[in-house]
Design a protein around this ligand. Structure first.
Ligand SMILES: Cc1cc2nc3c(=O)[nH]c(=O)nc-3n(C[C@H](O)[C@H](O)[C@H](O)COP(=O)(O)OP(=O)(O)OC[C@H]3O[C@@H](n4cnc5c(N)ncnc54)[C@H](O)[C@@H]3O)c2cc1C
Length: 496
């Protein structure tokens, strides 16, 4: 072998490192990431005593009391006593899980907020694949618990930070392929009504109450515990396609949809302003035989956060993120994950911690036949209003057969959009305008908008999107005639 002298080897190595190092550290991407990371402090102001808020940080409200469900000494009796006391002294009651809804759905001014989070016991019937969960349990506790028993959640959101009660009360959905929203996985619930009675409800027993509480926004009673159908935890193989938006459905149909082991799928659209919504990344996960990877903490969280946060209020940051997602992520193709690992990611990886701005979610559901035209409207409405869109993921949802106030009245394509807005009156006004225009477009396309977010829809838009809402609010009075359970969502839409 022709050996080079040792000293020359060293020089070559040094020069290589130096070139790469200088190239990287002087390069714009690294500078951008370092700058984002170094200015990424938590500037959120803690709430003073007697105030509550939700994930929007735009609903700060004085309340009479925040009542944590006690975990010892018969919590259900104490809950019933609290409801009776609130009724006697004429206070309204709102119910809170993790408060990631954004329209004051957990808040009533000067009311009592019941914090359900301490109420969080779990029990698995492994023979029947049924999890019984108290409604304050968070997915971030449920997933590790199920993981130990080789099980997983059948339908949930894309993050693990939410409570079971909150997830069921909005009837959440995720990117589990070929699934209806979470209601389809609920076997039964125990619900405490305003007068303290506890009703068991399911598809066979008290069916009407079952359908009203699922997606019922805490207006019919307190969900105490839930029996959920769970599924096996599995090993998944990852596949990705980056394609022009116009080819999304044909590629999905030809290469993904009919593969027998498809378990999860979502798409992410390009949000770079100069190529707005022109390409899409299709991500698909297929179950396969083999060892299931262990549940670990999400990887490279700091870097992912810096790249994501660096895309807020920065066109360059958006370019950089798209480049990272389309050039680095494909290196993961063929990699394997566990189902639980994919589900077990908290909102903290991406959440906005700045004092001057906040991230606001929107979600629209349209049938597949009108999606292309709806996306054309997005391309027009969002830039025209100078709205800063950080993310769009696209998922498919099967028809919902279970809930009264349903959004998936037929199979729907869901577009989940994350915007960043300033926390000023002007920021609010602009977000309201863009939201109302997007809702009009969704309705025009035989679609709906998702209810847990800001209450920017006018009452007229709300009732056009949800024609069953008048009956929903009328039925509330059958179960809660004194309107004990109220929140800002009820205040805005029930009487208008
Ligand atoms: C970053 C982020 C990502 C999201 N991603 C998704 C997603 O992928 N898919 C999706 O579908 N949604 C998504 N959402 C919306 C989310 O599912 C809802 O906001 C959900 O309600 C959050 O759960 P929570 O525990 O925070 O509920 P909360 O905000 O605490 O409560 C929501 C509603 O449920 C009621 N409620 C809570 N607990 C009970 C109970 N025990 N009994 C009766 N009523 C109760 C409340 O009164 C309120 O009306 C996302 C939200 C955020 C902020």
């Amino acid at each position: 072998m022709n050996k080079k002298p040792k000293s020359r080897n060293w020089v070559v190595t040094f020069l290589l490192f130096a070139t790469v190092g200088v190239g990287l550290f002087s390069s714009r991407p690294i500078a951008h990431v370092i700058k984002t990371s170094s200015t990424d402090e938590d500037q959120r102001i803690p709430l003073p005593e007697g105030m509550t808020d939700d994930a929007s940080r735009l609903n700060r409200t004085a309340v009479r009391k925040i009542w944590n469900v006690p975990i010892s000494e018969d919590p259900e009796r104490q809950l019933a006593d609290l409801l009776s006391h609130a009724h006697e002294i004429g206070l309204r009651v709102s119910i809170a899980g993790a408060q990631h809804s954004m329209g004051g759905h957990t808040i009533y001014p000067d009311g009592i907020v019941i914090n359900m989070l301490p109420f969080n016991r779990l029990e698995l019937d492994a023979d029947e694949n049924i999890l019984t969960a108290q409604s304050g349990a968070l997915w971030e506790d449920i997933i590790p618990y199920l993981d130990k028993h080789k099980r997983s959640v059948a339908v949930m959101q894309s993050n693990n930070s939410f409570s079971i009660g909150g997830s069921i009360s909005v009837n959440c959905h995720g990117w589990q392929f070929g699934r209806a929203p979470i209601a389809s996985t609920v076997l039964s619930m125990r619900v405490m009504l305003a007068d303290g009675t506890i009703m068991e409800c399911s598809r066979d027993k008290n069916r009407e109450l079952f359908s009203l509480v699922l997606g019922g926004y805490g207006l019919f009673g307190i969900i105490l515990d839930v029996k959920l159908r769970v599924v096996p935890n599995e090993r998944y193989r990852f596949e990705q396609h980056i394609i022009p938006v116009a080819e999304a459905f044909s590629t999905f149909d030809a290469k993904i949809k009919d593969q027998p082991d498809l378990q999860m799928a979502y798409a992410r659209m390009n949000i770079v302003p100069s190529r707005f919504l022109d390409h899409v990344i299709l991500n698909a996960f297929f179950s396969e035989e083999g060892e299931i990877p262990m549940l670990t903490k999400p990887g490279i969280a700091k870097l992912r956060r810096a790249i994501f946060r660096g895309s807020a209020q920065s066109d360059y940051g958006k370019e950089l993120r798209w480049a990272a997602e389309t050039k680095i992520q494909p290196l993961l193709a063929g990699k394997v994950f566990s189902r639980n690992q994919l589900l077990n990611e908290g909102v903290e990886i991406y959440e906005n911690r700045s004092a001057d701005s906040t991230d606001i979610l929107h979600e629209y559901f349209v049938p597949r036949r009108t999606l292309a035209s709806f996306v054309d409207d997005l391309r027009r409405i969002i830039p025209k209003n100078n709205a800063d869109l950080l993310n769009v993921t696209v998922r498919s949802i099967k028809k919902d057969e279970d809930t009264f106030l349903r959004y998936a009245t037929e199979p729907m394509i869901a577009l989940v959009m994350l915007f960043v807005q300033e926390t000023t009156d002007e920021g609010e006004r602009r977000m309201e305008t863009v939201t109302q225009q997007l809702i009009d477009s969704a309705i025009k396309h035989n679609g709906r908008y998702y209810l847990p977010y800001r209450l920017h829809a006018t009452p007229n838009q709300f009732h056009r999107a949800y024609p069953q809402a008048k009956e929903f609010f009328r039925k509330k009075l059958d179960y809660d005639p004194n309107e004990l359970f109220q929140n800002r969502f009820y205040l805005k839409y029930a009487k208008n």
